[in-house]
Write a protein that binds this ligand. Structure first.
Ligand code: SF4
Ligand code: SF4
Length: 421
């Protein structure tokens, strides 16, 4: 075991290997507030990568309904329960959230999946995990769209709390792919060293020649994003559509492009990019990169279950209508600030949120051109002024990809075409 710095936990932690960080890291920010659960992303991935025999149960990209749902079923409840059993009552955060990029969410004082395994006597393997059953893999989304009802009363929804900020009866859609973690549990657990993290973009891949199907990665990944294929007897996982990210897909014309699941998103919740890293794995200050801005400046986007310790590179803008205790266990101590900042967006945040899904090319930098005032009023009880600013997106070569405004353009149909479609 080596000691590595995990900035999401605000401390050093034990990991199987020493830290090795890519120049740029594949990362994404999903805005849960916008997801409509249409599953277009799920099918875009399925029809690209997992439509063959032996892959029937595989959903590299999936969307599950929280709090009830999960694919495989109950994946998060099961791993969190195992961690709690390994460290009863100790899975807590200390310290304060702050602007310090080394410790933005305070300090996690509990045990990660790597440390909890070491605490067992004797350690079971390299990572605390479990193998889901076939039934848990086989039935995604079963009975999922059921909101949490009135507590203790069967089939009854709570009639109070149907207004923001918090609903008493609630659910939300959680879209998930592999997080291409900075400390991948799948990689740590593989006895064949068949899993590797690419130095150019941090994408985590399984070498299909090297894998012998021991399923240690399936057991170890706390997000359950490594999957075993019975007919080839090897494991497979999300490959982050790497030909698109590399710009080698015929469609991308040499320019780095977002993955299929991102590009197909109907709700425009998905923004993916590549963030520059420092030598210790923290994010290099890159103020005009939209992902850096959302995570470290606006502080509206948080990692999914950071306490697991893999340093996931998937970030989420939490749903604003959901009770905080549920969000805290899922996204850590940054939730209050993230929801507050999202509910009261400043001028820059409002502009950056317009970057979502205007293009399939990866955005490296944005600029804002100030526009005229278009609205003055109240939002959630506070004074608000809106400006029709223009946000401009630039690609890897510094060239403009697109520009868009806060206000949607209004097109008035000419009289000649008034009655035509
Ligand atoms: S989410 Fe799971 S499969 Fe993906 S890199 Fe992290 S540990 Fe590995
Ligand atoms: S395509 Fe977008 S809106 Fe539809 S389920 Fe997927 S993430 Fe949600």
């Amino acid at each position: 075991m080596a000691k590595v710095h995990n900035w999401q936990l605000g401390r050093e932690m034990e990991y199987t290997y020493g830290g090795a960080y890519p120049e740029r890291q594949f990362a994404f920010v999903f805005n849960i507030n916008r997801c409509i659960g249409c599953q277009t992303c799920t099918m875009a991935c399925k029809s690209t990568w997992t439509f063959s025999k032996g892959q029937e149960h595989m959903w590299w990209a999936n969307v599950e309904t929280k709090p009830y749902g999960g694919y495989p079923q109950n994946w998060d409840v099961k791993i969190l329960d195992k961690l709690n059993r390994a460290n009863p009552g100790g899975q807590s955060w200390g310290g304060e959230t702050s602007d310090d990029p080394q410790q933005p969410y305070g300090r996690f004082d509990g045990l990660t999946v790597f440390e909890a395994d070491r605490a067992l006597d004797p350690p079971s393997s390299r990572v605390l995990g479990y193998l889901p059953t076939d039934e848990e893999w086989n039935a995604p989304n079963i009975y999922e769209d059921n909101p949490l009802g009135k507590k203790g009363v069967r089939d009854k929804l709570d009639e109070e709390g149907v207004e923001l900020p918090t609903h008493k009866t609630w659910f939300f859609y959680l879209a998930r792919i592999c997080n291409h973690c900075s400390y991948p549990a799948c990689l740590a657990a593989c006895p064949r060293e068949a899993i590797y993290k690419r130095p150019e973009d941090g994408i985590v891949l399984i070498d299909q020649q090297q894998c012998r199907g021991y399923r240690k990665c399936v057991e170890a990944c706390p997000y359950k994003k490594s999957m075993y294929r019975g007919n080839t007897r090897v494991s497979e996982k999300c490959i982050a559509c790497y030909p698109r990210v590399e710009g080698t897909d015929p469609e991308s014309d040499g320019r780095p492009m977002e993955t299929r699941c991102m590009a197909s998103c109907i709700g425009q919740i998905r923004l993916q990019g590549l963030v520059a890293l420092n030598e210790d794995g923290t994010w290099k200050e890159d103020r005009q990169n939209p992902l850096y801005y959302l995570v470290h400046v606006a502080r509206v986007a948080l990692p999914l279950y950071p306490q697991l310790g893999t340093s996931p590179n998937g970030y989420y803008i939490p749903p604003r209508w959901v009770p905080k205790p549920y969000l805290n266990q899922m996204f850590g101590p940054g939730v209050d600030q993230a929801v507050e900042n999202y509910l009261h967006p400043d001028r820059e945040l409002l502009a950056v949120l317009q970057l979502y899904r205007r293009s399939n090319l990866i955005i490296y930098r944005y600029e804002i051109e100030e526009g005229p005032k278009i609205y003055e009023g109240k939002l959630h009880g506070r004074d608000v002024t809106l400006y029709n600013d223009t946000v401009v997106a630039f690609g890897h070569d510094g060239k403009e990809i697109f520009r868009t405004t806060i206000e949607d353009p209004l097109h008035v149909r000419s009289e000649r075409h008034a009655n035509s479609i």
